[in-house]
Ligand binder design. Sequence first.
Ligand code: NAD
Length: 358
Amino acid sequence: MDYKIALIRGDGIGPEVVEEAVGVLEAVGKKFGHTFTYEEVLLGGCATDAVGKSYPDGTAEKCKACDAVLLGAVGGPKWGADKPAEQRPETALLALRKDLELYANLRPAALRPALVDACPLKKETAERGIDLMMVRELTGGIYFGKRDRYQTEDRGTECTDLMAYSEKEIERIGRRAFELARLRRKKVSSVDKANVLETSRLWRSVMHRLAEEYPDVAYEDVLVDNCAMQIVRDPGQFDVVVTENMFGDILSDEASMVTGSIGLLPSASIGDTAPGLYEPIHGSAPDIAGQDKADPIATILSVAMMFRYSFQLPEEAEAVEKAVDAVLAEGWRTQDIAEPGVTPIGTREMGRRIREHI
Ligand code: NAD
């Protein structure tokens, strides 16, 4: 098969980690008989420098003509908050997600077997294994609700942020979660605050209806405060965790911490029709950019997610994940995950070693 991939190399370490991920795509193509063609898409601070806007005209159309989008990272001090919105990299990222209607954010938090010691939790908890998929609703809830700020006579300034959800929005993210669970260990934990919030009560009722449609998937309700506690107490109990935008924002960062390094974690944002967007969870790391120090694993594992969720190629996804684990098991480390006394290898060498295993 031939797949067309939009490449957004971005800023900082973005180009370095994307380069290694492309190498992995090529290695997988060679092994499994696929070809990949690439559409270079300019976005972020580098686009501001080149054409004066971080989100050049036609970006969404270019991406929509591809089967998937791979993004390194965007941003950096050069294009900070003092710049007008159209020159800021973050504006471009939000616009792209919106234009591609990417409403589901998938963030796996999996502890790589060779890195059990990097897990900040108790050793016996880490050894039981951590492999959860956080499914966060990305386009609704309090981050997109109406907000207001006004003066009162007796209480000074007052503000409101409205959390709103429709049945339709909840159902589509819920369905995603149940479908994903079928590809994994067949368990969905739906996180809400139904003992307090009306949006959560609607969320829960929609999830219960879906649970009946997926009798082969185990289902549970978890209150968000309890979930935050369980992620550090016993994360191994979770398979797919589905939740609304703000809860997901917080819980996915918490879950990522229990796996060790920010340089290891991939993510995907997907919608119903447009191509999915695959990217590491880390940013552009300007402090180590251009020094061959960045860990390319998060971006390489984002390619594995692309194989699994956009191209329905689970074997290819597994080949990438196994190659990463094999290199880590041999003891090779970039500086972000190097144990004391271990001499780290660079971005390029890590990429090359992973390719060789594929
Ligand atoms: P960051 O993730 O870029 O870096 C945080 C720390 O982690 C730094 O010490 C960095 O060196 C390290 N780090 C990050 N990725 C690494 C990797 N692959 N290998 C080794 N070490 C790694 O977060 P930040 O410093 O808060 O943000 C820097 C810039 O990135 C900002 O402009 C921010 O807006 C942007 N950002 C972009 C995205 C994105 O493109 N999706 C996400 C987050 C932040």
